[in-house]
Design a binder for this molecule. Sequence first.
Ligand SMILES: Cc1ncc(COP(=O)(O)O)c(C=O)c1O
Length: 457
Amino acid sequence: MSATETVSSSKTVSSSKTVSSSESAQERGRRALLHEPPGGDPNKLTLVRALGSLVWDDKGNEYIDCTAQAWSNNLGAGDPRVVEAAIAQLREITHVRPTFHTTALLELADLLTAIAPNGLDRVGFTLHGSMAVETAFKLAMRNRPGSQHIITLQDAYHGRSLTTMAASWPHPNNVFGPLQPRFTRVPHPDLYRPRRGLTPEEDSSLCLELLQDTIDKGIDGGVAAIIYEPVQGNGGHNEFPASWHQGLRRLCDDNGILLIVDEVQTGFGRTGRMWGCEYYGIEPDMVVFGKGVGGGFPLAGVLARAEHAQFISGDDQLTFGHFPISIAAGLAAVRAIIDDRLAERAAEHGVYATKRLLAMQDRFELIGDVRCPGLMVSIELVKDRKTKEAAPRESARIFELAQARGVILGESRYAGLGNLIKVKPPLDITDEQLSRALDVLEEVIGLVQAESDAGLL
Ligand SMILES: Cc1ncc(COP(=O)(O)O)c(C=O)c1O
């Protein structure tokens, strides 16, 4: 019997449960999953294979994956350098507690601090971006005892642990509030919907003034750190003017506040530079990284300055925090990202994709805005370009039609206004695959524009 087959006819699997012979283990599994809607999600693909920018489902269908699986496969899936490194490591040792090193861990620490922005020369590892953000918060609090408040931006996304949810945008129906620490969310400039028609520069100045007011009058006690994403990812692909980035750095210096830059999405080449903070000329005190660093394996961490390396034993240790397979895969992935010049590839692909999307914007009223940088490309869909009313149904329809044609696009399902379509494939996607994905996107936007014009949506 294969693992995918029925367990057995009416086999008793526990003292209280009998399974039916008419359903496969997979069908039962769909309903058993905790995070699925009641009855399961019939539209969710079951993926069985991935290579580069392609994935295949269990029915043999091939797709171009413009999501890089939550923008994590900066290096395409199944890269032999990563796979071999992971296999070699797992043959040697699969688990060490964080009170031991592995050789790959030491080499990855050396490599990451060598390529780190702004001379950040200390690094710590964990397995998830959310936990890495928490590590950065703890380190900031260690360095600013008595100033334990943290400021975040409206529309930020820093993870889904209890603490990082509180540091992110207000979650609809958030029942976790009573257990979450208090963060203060401040406004950020909005390039697409500027307040009261302000210019980006005026909006930047206003937001910085409001931030200073909040620090002076809105918060009891000191502020340990401000955290933000160089480009807000899940919150809507929001970019900020250079003057705001620079002003924020100055404000942190003037107020003795640490600046944490969350590069979980923007790091490792996604913006066309190795780090998003380099793209925008930001000098962080700490950088949080994740996603692309692991080459498809769970890995994340924090880069910091030596002067801030203040953890004491017991502050920040997780049983699997130094998982050797992830670390070995990460070492191979980061080497490959450097050797293959993937940041430059992202910049080139990004220029091409943005040009194509701008041409589509000329044709289709639905496209309100085209956003980059690098291969962090997206379009915002609106019902009306003047009012900028979001068009989430149109966005969902584009996603659905493209998937039926073999292209998996990124969407903003639980964030922002729910009306972004994202094109964020692996950075080493081939020119032909990228062009094909954009052809499909163009075709389906045309179909959805026609449906929308006919009042069918
Ligand atoms: C900017 C940012 N920070 C943190 C996280 C959390 O990472 P993880 O899902 O690995 O916990 C994410 C995940 O999407 C992210 O985009």
